[in-house]
Each structure stands twice: as C-alpha cells, then as structure tokens.
Ligand binder design. Sequence first.
Ligand SMILES: NC(=O)c1ccc[n+]([C@@H]2O[C@H](COP(=O)([O-])OP(=O)(O)OC[C@H]3O[C@@H](n4cnc5c(N)ncnc54)[C@H](OP(=O)(O)O)[C@@H]3O)[C@@H](O)[C@H]2O)c1
Length: 283
Amino acid sequence: MRTLENQVAVITGGSRGLGLAIAETYAREGAAVVIASRSARSVEAAVQSIRAQGGRATGLACDVGDLAQVEALAAHAVSAFGRLDIWVNNAGLSAPYGPTAHLPSDEFQRVIGTNIVGVYNGSVTALRHFVPQRRGKLINLLGRGDNQPVPFQNAYASSKTWVRAFTTALAREYADCGVGVYAINPGLVTTEMLSQVQAVVGYEAKLNPLKTVVRILGNPPEVPAARALWIASAATDGRTGLNVQVITPAFLLSRGVRAAWRWVTRTQELEMPLNVETVKSVI
Ligand SMILES: NC(=O)c1ccc[n+]([C@@H]2O[C@H](COP(=O)([O-])OP(=O)(O)OC[C@H]3O[C@@H](n4cnc5c(N)ncnc54)[C@H](OP(=O)(O)O)[C@@H]3O)[C@@H](O)[C@H]2O)c1
C-alpha cells in the first residue's frame, strides 16, 4: 500500500516549484491532490501533468490572501474527493531585495497578504475541517528568517518568523485532538523564487553571492518534497509540533565535503540561472 493511499491533500501554491513537487510526490504515493494558485492556467497545466503521470488531481484558482477563496478551495476538495486529510500552506512570495522604506509599500504588503494572511486563512480553514473529524495534518512552510532577522529581506524573513510562531502556537492549542500541526523549512530550493528575483536600484550587486550559495547548498524541489511526504505520513502521528529542517549540520558537512571534492577534481557544477530585475526606490 502506498504511503498516502486514499488521502486527500490540498497544496496551495501547487502550480510550480516546491508546491508542484509536493503535489506530484503525494499523488505518486496515492493521495488525491487539490492544487491552488492565483493563475487558473497554471493550475490547469499542473493538474493535467499530474493526471498524465497517473495521479488523481483537481485544482482551483485561489488567492490565499482571501478567506472566502480559501474556504471555496476546501469545499472544492471535499466535493471532488469526499474528504480532507492534509493541507499544505506552501504558497509564498518575496519582495524586492532592499531596505524596507525604499520598497514600494504594495510590494511589502503583497508579502504579508500571502505569507501571513494566506497562512492564517489556510490554517483556520483546514482546522475547521480537521478538528471536528479529529484527524488531519496541517503543514506550514517556513523559510529564511524564520529564526532571525534578515536585513534587506525584511518582508519575507519577518513573515516566516511569524509563520513559525503561529504554527507552534497552533500545535500547542490543538495538541490533544488528533490533529497534527507541523512546520518545514525546505532550505534552498532551485525554483523561480530564487532564480527570478527583484532588487531595489543600487542593491542588485548584493545578490551576486546567491548563485554560489545556491550552487553549494541548493536542492531540487524533489528533496524537500520527500520530507513533506514524510511529515504527511503515519510516521508523524502523535508528533504534532514538529519543526523539520532540510538544512541540518550533517547536510552542511556533506555539502562542504562535496564542494571540496569538486574543487580538488576541478569538476564543474551546474549553475542556477539568476535573473535580477531592478525596481525603483521610493526614497
Ligand atoms: N525556493 C526556496 O529556496 C525556498 C526556501 C525556503 C522556503 N521556501 C518556501 O517554499 C514555498 C514555495 O516556494 P517556491 O520556491 O516553490 O516558490 P515559487 O516557485 O515562486 O512558487 C510559488 C507558488 O505560490 C503561488 N502563489 C504565490 N502567491 C500566491 C497567492 N497569493 N495565492 C495563491 N498562490 C500563490 C504561485 O503561483 P501564482 O503566482 O500563480 O499564484 C506558485 O505556485 C514558499 O512558501 C517559500 O517561502 C522556498
């Protein structure tokens, strides 16, 4: 029997990047998956690609910042597949790199609307299904800055600090009702979030080290998706409140050894393309 046989999983931001990899992994392991993102066309393409691989999938265009749309997503999942077992709040975005007051305010607020309000909307919607049925797994995505401030990436990093605190509080509030609440920090993942970035004019060069850091520490989305599968599986039953990190001391050591070996053997590594778009400064 496959790991998620007969389960139904909602994955927000499931149209590309890490969310799509999680949806594909869950579908391969027997789950029926429900994908959401703001673009109906991308949702449809992701659904078709999972079906072409033999998976069960449906999807809905949904902006996670709007509670009514998130509730409609949950209703769509139940009406398509009859139940709801797993909810992954994966949708996320970042603001242009630069000092906070220099950023256009709508760019900053867009991050809050998705990374904070969207995670609140997804979490309460999932819990309103899970708590009465006394089962279900809620998985929230952390990211850079979840445990410390990150200057010049303040919108994104402080939103992830919030997600971490919010998720831990939910896990404690719902500790004794059969529901699991988990957080995962996927490390550096080679997706559009890292390859298509914006910077405030004058701050572009500060992003130059990104390529090297990603080359040494980056993972394809399938690697954290496998961890997200483990969290959704029965292996974490009774372990609510887990905070799973893909970058561990052992991982750092193995990547250090790999980088040293490649340097010694002069082996070329594949570089991630990095496109930096410049945005105007408000100040
Ligand atoms: N990539 C990394 O290195 C990294 C590291 C740590 C944590 N993470 C976290 O992992 C998650 C996925 O990141 P990723 O790298 O896969 O990003 P990505 O490739 O940019 O994909 C983001 C996904 O979220 C969707 N999305 C964005 N805003 C949305 C909204 N308001 N409502 C619904 N869907 C929305 C996007 O689709 P639409 O644009 O069509 O809406 C897309 O499907 C994020 O929470 C991110 O913070 C990523």
